[in-house]
Ligand binder design. Structure first.
Ligand code: MG
Length: 365
């Protein structure tokens, strides 16, 4: 396969289910898509960068610029129709894993469509369906958290992951645990908002969480290691796990007992597969985190969520984040979401919604 042109497509989207975290609130998202055009097939991928650099240093405008001026020009230097070979050309750019991941996945998507093979099969996925997990936003009032939990459970969530912050963590989670009962899988994500000596973290230990995600600042691996020794609840890291090497270091330090794997945060789906395999060797559980993706990104995440060592439910909000969505939101049926088995990721954007898009068209060699 030979890539003929690459378009960068930005679609303004409104979140039907907004999300507030300890650091930001999301109501809108300019969704950046990479569209690879080849004679044999087209490929599509969603760049998951957010509008502001509050989760990671990357953000949508920066990702678009890096793709246009640095990553796409490097892609033309190599055999552009081979996603595996593409990596060595893109790796001269430091950082910007979400932009890199989108370009690599769009090429891989076109390649797999041309070969009539699904991304899930190519990655070695074994599950045909997965139970979805929901991420609940940060609320000031406990009643609002319980109401959102009821919505997510009614929609089919198999586990709840709750955004927390100081003073809105232990009391909220204790009330939620009492509300949903002892059996439901519960996680909390602090997005780095706690100080290590905060006693609220010890109180959270009594809630029976599957894991406590990113309690301390992303760079504070030693603090997370001390906290992991102090608490019974397994510590999960998200923000600092930007590569396989970063994950190995965090696990070796005792700072990370559960891995939140976001394929785009580690530079792509090929790297994500390597992370999965290394986590098997290390004996570290992992689950697939979400970045408020549209149906385009959800389909690609489902392929890694179906890998054999991914035992916890992924972020795949059963309420659907966008209405209308850019592609099939893949909402659960009978409590599970089917893993796409069509060619490539199995998702293409809705042409009507693309009419409002801002397109940088035809980046060529
Ligand atoms: Mg997180």
């Amino acid at each position: 396969m030979r890539v003929e042109a690459i378009d960068l497509v930005t679609v303004p989207m409104h979140l039907a289910v907004p999300l507030r975290t300890a650091r930001a609130r999301r109501d809108e998202r300019d969704v950046l898509l990479v569209h690879v055009r080849a004679a044999e097939a087209d490929g599509w991928a969603e760049c998951v960068a957010e509008p502001e650099p509050t989760y990671a240093p990357e953000f949508t405008e920066a990702a678009r610029l890096v793709l246009r001026d640095h990553l796409v020009p490097r892609a033309w230097a190599g055999p552009t129709g081979d996603a595996l070979a593409l990596g060595s050309h893109l790796d001269t750019v430091r950082g910007h894993p979400m932009a890199r991941a989108a370009l690599e996945l769009a090429v891989l998507d076109a390649q797999l469509r041309a070969a009539d093979r699904s991304l899930a099969a190519w990655l070695g996925a074994t599950a045909r369906s997965v139970a979805p997990g929901a991420a609940l936003g940060l609320h000031d009032a406990v009643e609002d958290l319980l109401a959102e939990a009821d919505q997510a459970l009614a929609a089919g969530a198999a586990r709840l992951r709750v955004k927390v912050a100081p003073q809105r963590a232990a009391g909220h989670l204790e009330a939620l645990r009492a509300h949903v009962g002892p059996g439901l899988l519960l996680q909390a994500d602090a997005n780095g908002s706690f100080a290590e000596d905060d006693p609220e973290l010890d109180r959270l230990d009594g809630v029976g969480l599957v894991c406590l995600e990113q309690p301390l600042a992303p760079a504070d691996l030693l603090g997370h290691a001390r906290l992991a020794a102090r608490l019974d609840t397994p510590i999960c890291l998200d923000e600092p796990l930007t590569s396989l090497e970063a994950i190995e270091a965090a696990v070796a330090l005792g700072a990370c007992e559960v891995v939140c794997l976001k394929p785009a945060r580690v530079g792509g789906w090929i790297a994500a597969r390597a992370v999965h395999d290394r986590c098997v060797e290390l004996g570290v559980p992992l689950w697939i985190g979400g970045m408020l993706e549209t149906g385009i990104g959800r389909a690609a995440n489902l392929a890694v969520a179906a890998l054999p060592h991914v035992t916890l439910p992924p972020d795949l909000d059963p309420r659907g984040r966008f209405r209308p969505d850019l592609a099939d939101s893949r909402l659960p049926v009978g409590g599970v979401v089917a893993v796409p088995d069509g060619p490539g990721t199995g998702a293409v954007p809705d042409e009507v919604l693309l009419e409002g898009a801002d397109v940088v068209r035809g980046l060529r060699p």
